[in-house]
Design a protein around this ligand. Structure first.
Ligand code: ZN
Length: 404
């Protein structure tokens, strides 16, 4: 990417009183982002993104380790010393671009105009990775060092997919080596309107399930000779709907179960079906876990007078980082960094879907998601404002300076 060209295109677009043109570091930051967007890393392929990050970090004294599992590429990089640990967490993979002809600028072109960079992953979350990288470099170049804490990078190429061989595997690897992470920042796009307006401090859990009931097929004119599984499933659905879930707390939205699909096979007007199956999804607060939900559903269905099969699938644990963490003061550091950089006070939120933060939370880490606005994630014409990206990098630099 031609720096002069970038500067010309973006000059005066930033609503900043500090400078009207991009600094050397801003240009390098956009250079990192362009490099990453141009690598079409649709899950689980990382398309060389991990190599790019690894080479950059190695040049700044990090020990890096890359391992591939079932086509997923994971990176663990480490530097520094001291008792406390901090991690930057992220993913290189992106969702598919969809119909490329509908994009105003090609999805892997990293096109820049009018203060905006376009491309798949520009928001989710190659901006986050680029800001982490440039902040790390800027921190070290300014004469700072990681003498007071150990600093990790945990990056996967399997966040948008099944998440089976990604951050979950990285966490298992760290557990085996008895490495703990005290606190981490996930660079997911957490903001709603402008950078720093929202920090995610937790996420609800999610689990899918299905229930199937087999019946006895027969002519509806002879009801005594058939066993209609739809009628039994009606009872199951009413029992599931009768569960009184928790309504959450100030910190956390409540739990809910939604039936998402019902299927009784091929329809014939005068035949009772052989099987009926439903699918459901539960979004749950930290009052619940996979085991307790499983037990509750089975108890709720104990009075059914037929055989049924139930399976649970794709569990995602919830997590909530306490407001007053006895272990780290990272939240205070984050809030101060946001206020200093943007002049705004962030909202602390637990809204939205799941993220890889849930795996790192299993290490006992305080987990915070802090990134740019998420307005266009996963959409055709995904794009990010350069002012938000520069601000995020500046926030990360402040955090690195003050974490210890
Ligand atoms: Zn993401």
């Amino acid at each position: 990417m031609n720096n002069l060209k970038i500067n010309k295109l973006i000059n005066l677009q930033r609503n900043s009183t500090k400078t009207n043109s991009l600094t050397f570091n801003d240009q390098r930051l956009l250079g990192h982002l362009s490099e990453l967007i141009k690598r079409p890393s649709v899950t689980p392929y990382d398309a060389g993104c991990t190599d790019y990050l690894s080479q950059q970090l190695t040049a700044y004294g990090f020990e890096t380790e890359t391992f591939t599992l079932n086509g997923v590429t994971n990176l663990i990089a480490k530097t520094g010393k001291g008792k406390k640990t901090l991690a930057f967490v992220g993913h290189t993979d992106v969702v598919p671009p969809g119909n490329e002809e509908q994009w105003q600028h090609a999805p892997y072109s990293a096109h820049i105009s009018d203060g905006i960079i376009w491309g798949r992953g520009s928001v989710d979350m190659k901006s986050g990775l680029s800001c982490m990288l440039d902040a790390t470099q800027q921190f070290l170049e300014s004469g700072n060092s990681f003498d007071d804490y150990q600093f990790y990078w945990l990056v996967t190429s399997d966040e948008e997919g099944e998440a089976e061989y990604g951050t979950r595997a990285i966490v298992h690897y760290l557990q085996k080596k008895n490495i703990t992470i005290d606190a981490c920042i996930v660079g997911e796009p957490s903001a709603s309107r402008s950078c720093g307006d929202t920090v995610k401090v937790g996420r609800r859990g999610a689990i899918s399930g299905s229930i199937s009931i087999k019946g006895k097929v027969g002519h509806v004119a002879y009801p005594q000779q058939i066993d209609n599984p739809i009628h039994h499933m009606g009872y199951v659905i009413s029992q599931l709907n009768a569960i009184e879930w928790d309504s959450g707390s100030l910190d956390f939205p409540g739990t809910s179960l939604q039936i998402t699909h019902i299927d009784s096979g091929q329809f014939t007007d005068n035949v009772s079906p052989a099987e009926c199956k439903i699918h459901f999804n539960i979004r749950y607060s930290h009052n619940w876990c996979e085991t307790s939900l499983n037990a509750l559903i089975k108890k709720q269905l104990a009075s059914i007078n037929c055989q049924y099969d139930i399976t649970f699938d794709r569990p995602c644990q919830p997590y909530l980082t306490p407001m007053e963490s006895p272990k780290t003061s990272l939240l205070n550091v984050i809030e101060s960094a946001i206020i200093k950089t943007t002049g705004r006070y962030p909202l602390l939120s637990t809204s939205g879907g799941t993220s890889d933060g849930r795996f790192v939370a299993q290490l006992g880490a305080d987990v915070y998601e802090l990134g740019i606005p998420n307005k266009t994630i996963h959409q055709i014409n995904e794009r990010a404002e350069i002012e938000d990206i520069v601000q995020l990098r500046d926030i990360y630099v402040e955090i690195l300076k003050h974490y210890a």
